[in-house]
Design a protein around this ligand. Sequence first.
Ligand code: PLP
Length: 382
Amino acid sequence: MIYLDNNATTKASSTVVAAVTHYLENCYANASANTAGYTGADVPRRTAAGQLAHLLNAEEPDCFLFTSGATESNNWIFSALNGSRLRKVCISAIEHPSVSEPAERLGRNGCELSVIPVNRDGIVCIETLAELLSPDTQLVSVMAANNETGVVQPIEEIAQLVRARCPTALFHTDATQAIGRIPIDLQGSWAEVDLMSFSAHKFHGPKGIGGIYCRPGTALLPWLVGGGQEAGLRSGTTNTPGLAGLAAAVGQIDVALYDEVRDRRDYFESQLRGVLSVQLHAANALRLPNTSCFSIAGTSGEEIADQLAARGVIVGTGSACSSGSLSPPKTLLAMGVNYTLAAGTIRVSLSRTTSIEELDRLVALLVEIVAVRGGSPQLPGG
Ligand code: PLP
């Protein structure tokens, strides 16, 4: 199989699998039991928090709370930030449903919800955000990088604007697609980010583990009550194998590797444009180095993806986490891409190990599939 849907999920590395297996097989004591210090069951949580603090330049390991992943993190932030008292919230138009749906639920319950539009390149309109902010805004959420197009948002600029206009508001960014792919510095350019969510399986870690960076002094209300794990905020037996895998995955991150991934992505796009009439989305924006999102005129993304899958090549269509949904990607619609073109979208997302040969094979298959179904004509000389 050639797997090119790494914005949906990534393959756990063998180091991660070994770490998870070790904790499942050998160190399975409960991390909250009083034997944890003897059995080593308390080690993965500390290691994961320490590794994340190092990678992201956070103030201290205690800034991290662990959850089952970004969906839970985002729901927690929108549901238990200030309890039922959230009255004024702003999100971008392209947020993942795990942000937009909790925000819309707040809106239905009397909270004033503003949605910040994006421009044709998929970048949040800073001027509109400035107009929407008011001193009583409590929470602003803009994702760091989009799962469909890979567009990287100017988080530093947005967070500074929020801090300047509404000093008491909290700024949250969903960094699920960004961690491991672009540099993040929580005490440098991202010093005004208060809350950040993430999932380990997007950077070769295990599924079902992720968390929230919570800047010191930012209070989250308890989300799950019971045994008092995660500083009494999120009860439930600690996912020790997951944390061991998360720590191993973070330890393997080398953002510099993504310069090579970008070269391979750019190579793929130039090869593709040489042989097929494609529209590359957000081509003028700063994008994640691994993501290419395009439409082939006259074709349906789902159909092309199915045909590729039948030939052993996995690509994405539309939203990373909405497989099974046939509606066109919401990000592209927000960017003003027309419905038919948006419905034809294919998303190719590389991993750090994707090879040129795999990309060449994809281009060859796309040409073959499009030619058979009489879709987009080849360009002259293609
Ligand atoms: N946020 C973004 C930007 C995502 O791309 C995803 C999944 O693709 C999520 C949140 C949800 O992550 P998870 O399914 O790990 O909870």
